[in-house]
Ligand binder design. Structure first.
Ligand code: KIV
Length: 264
């Protein structure tokens, strides 16, 4: 049985912090689950870290479906959240239901994530009514990067902070089971978290959220020249992979690979 949204709520109620990581394929998903991660996000950040775009905007439903299926196949117990890509839900309730339905039915995930506040409240309400659990996403919403003018901390002024707090309440009232808070001041995230019954999951939102989410590639140091302030590098995998590959190159060039034991 996979981790349910009820279990995630229970974690908040019991004060047990929720660790979430993004994954985009079968192999990374089964490693994360094996390590004990209860909830995995198939983020549309795959646009940046897997597909090589400079934003999440070009990511399609087909991209999300394919990668969600991989992550689902790599796991048995973790709760899998499928990210709704740009313009798969903003165009109206009907599109949102069709596309979220595809992520659940064809992708195999257990819930979907949508970016935004007030403008998507009706959409969230409809999805939840039709049995599709929704994770919200407030603060820096990367699909709106062109409108926001860059990847900047949001909610720094009293008025914009108040707006985010209200929108978090609206999403909760619409039936969202959790909300990602991205790149907002730690004090604001703490206030939002305290004022909601549902869990908040922070990224660049300080330590007082009910959980934290990190991008797989950031925390493992897969990109040598990219390390955002909000990410903690738990290892330099880029360097380790390069070392391994260079060892292999040397072995092949010197005729040391394969050995007799590695031959038939
Ligand atoms: O796409 C993603 O990985 C996300 C996280 C930043 C929360 O939305």
């Amino acid at each position: 049985m996979r981790v349910t949204i009820n279990r995630l709520q229970k974690m908040k109620d019991e004060g047990s912090l929720i660790p979430m990581i993004s994954a985009y394929d079968y192999t990374s998903a089964f490693i994360l689950e094996d390590a004990g991660i209860p909830i995995i996000l198939v983020g549309d950040s795959l646009g940046n870290v897997v597909l090589g775009y400079d934003s999440t905007i070009p990511v399609t439903m087909d991209d999300m479906l394919r990668h969600t299926q991989m992550v689902v196949r790599g796991t048995k117990k973790a709760h899998i959240v499928g990210d709704m890509p740009f313009m798969s839900y903003q165009t109206g309730v009907r599109d949102a239901i069709c596309n979220a339905g595809r992520l659940i039915k064809e992708g195999g995930c257990q819930s979907v994530k949508l970016e935004g506040g007030e403008p998507i409240v009706e959409i969230v309400q409809s999805l939840v009514q039709f049995g599709i659990p929704v994770m919200g996403h407030l603060g820096l919403t990367p699909q709106s990067v062109n409108q926001l003018g860059g990847y900047r901390v949001q909610g720094k002024e009293d008025s914009s902070g108040e707006k985010l707090l209200n929108e978090a309440r609206m999403l909760q009232n619409a039936g969202a089971y959790a909300i990602v808070l991205e790149l907002i001041p730690a004090k604001l995230a703490e206030k939002i978290t305290a004022s909601l019954d549902i869990p908040t999951i922070g990224i660049g939102a300080g330590p007082k959220c009910d959980g934290q989410v990190q991008i797989f590639h950031d925390m493992l140091g897969l990109f040598p020249d990219f390390s955002p302030k909000h990410a903690r590098k738990y290892m330099d995998l880029n360097i380790e992979i390069k070392k391994a590959v260079q060892g292999y190159i040397k072995d092949v060039q010197k005729g040391l690979f394969p050995s007799d034991q590695e031959s038939f």
